[in-house]
Design a protein around this ligand. Sequence first.
Ligand SMILES: Nc1ncnc2c1ncn2[C@@H]1O[C@H](COP(=O)(O)OP(=O)(O)O)[C@@H](O)[C@H]1O
Ligand SMILES: [Mg+2]
Length: 362
Amino acid sequence: MIDLEDLTKAFPGAETPAVDRLNLHIDAGEIVVFVGPSGCGKTTTLKMINRLIEPTSGTISIEGRNVESVPVHELRRRIGYVIQQIGLFPHRTIRQNIATVPGLLDWDKARINERVDELTDLVALDPEMLDRYPAELSGGQRQRVGVARALAADPPVMLMDEPFGAVDPIVRAHLQDELLSLQQRLHKTIALVTHDIDEAIKLGDRVAILSEGGHLEQYGSPAEILREPANPFVADFLGTDRGIKRLSLIPISDLDLEAGPVVDRSASHAEAVATALEYGTDWVAVGDDSLVEGWTRVAEIPAGGVATTDVQPFLTRLTRNASLKEALDAIVSSHTSVAAVFDEERLVGMVTAAAVSREIVQ
Ligand SMILES: Nc1ncnc2c1ncn2[C@@H]1O[C@H](COP(=O)(O)OP(=O)(O)O)[C@@H](O)[C@H]1O
Ligand SMILES: [Mg+2]
């Protein structure tokens, strides 16, 4: 969908190029994340794709056509652009901001309004915001408007420059999740820029790691890069918690779950002790195949058996879709030292720290 060939940009007077012989191919429908330290040429690369900056040398093709042969207005209609710092027009309402491109394309008023309402719904923006001005919105709301504006003419390609840069971590995680669910429906070809490696790993089908001077250090799926960093720069950029980051990409369903020590409400004290021994735990879960009520320490079970025992709820109820990183977090935060995995109310098994670490070293 997008091909960069020997793409180079040397700004006049600069000692080193901002982007240096970049070669990269982006498939239709994938999210490619450009990540790297500040000043490594990420924004310059995006701006060359929609010709806000002309390359010094090299070529860019979109859908097989050299972008230099496409009239700029036609090119930009095919490319939605979320610029760094969002850049909403401060003296135009949110509705007018979102309608920017349809307005330029001379759509009639009814069609524009219909499209704005559709986009407002799509990016989960409160319709009450439409008549306000950008300064009256929160950071997260402005980000949504920026995305809606870029999507307005339904372009097949989206360029997003640090789209979630200006919001706090909780809103950021939420917007990232929304982008992923939006992408499942819209199948855009997205080139997204960030300096945050965790965001890159979470959002990217593939990740391009750049270093100062616009050098491409590695290009691959998050799993590939985390498994095998191409060089010390990449390893350093990924950070010392590379193993933990890898765990965020592996779902619990990839593991063979270990059975858990479950006893029935009617179990005797001796039966509970035997079950805990069998599983090497000092606790048992209480319930049956369809409903687990909670867990209790064996030492706290009265002589009369499990029937009269107070059980505690499992604090974290993971499902098989959760990641091993979430499982590890549950393990280290739980009294039981295991993560309990549920399917509805049914305890389907346990993940232990040993099982997680076996996945890391594989
Ligand atoms: N218009 C410009 N004129 C001169 N130098 C520029 C211009 N835009 C960017 N640069 C330089 O090019 C390099 C890459 O910048 P940029 O692409 O904005 O990096 P990033 O987005 O990765 O932080 C930096 O050294 C920056 O100072
Ligand atoms: Mg930038």
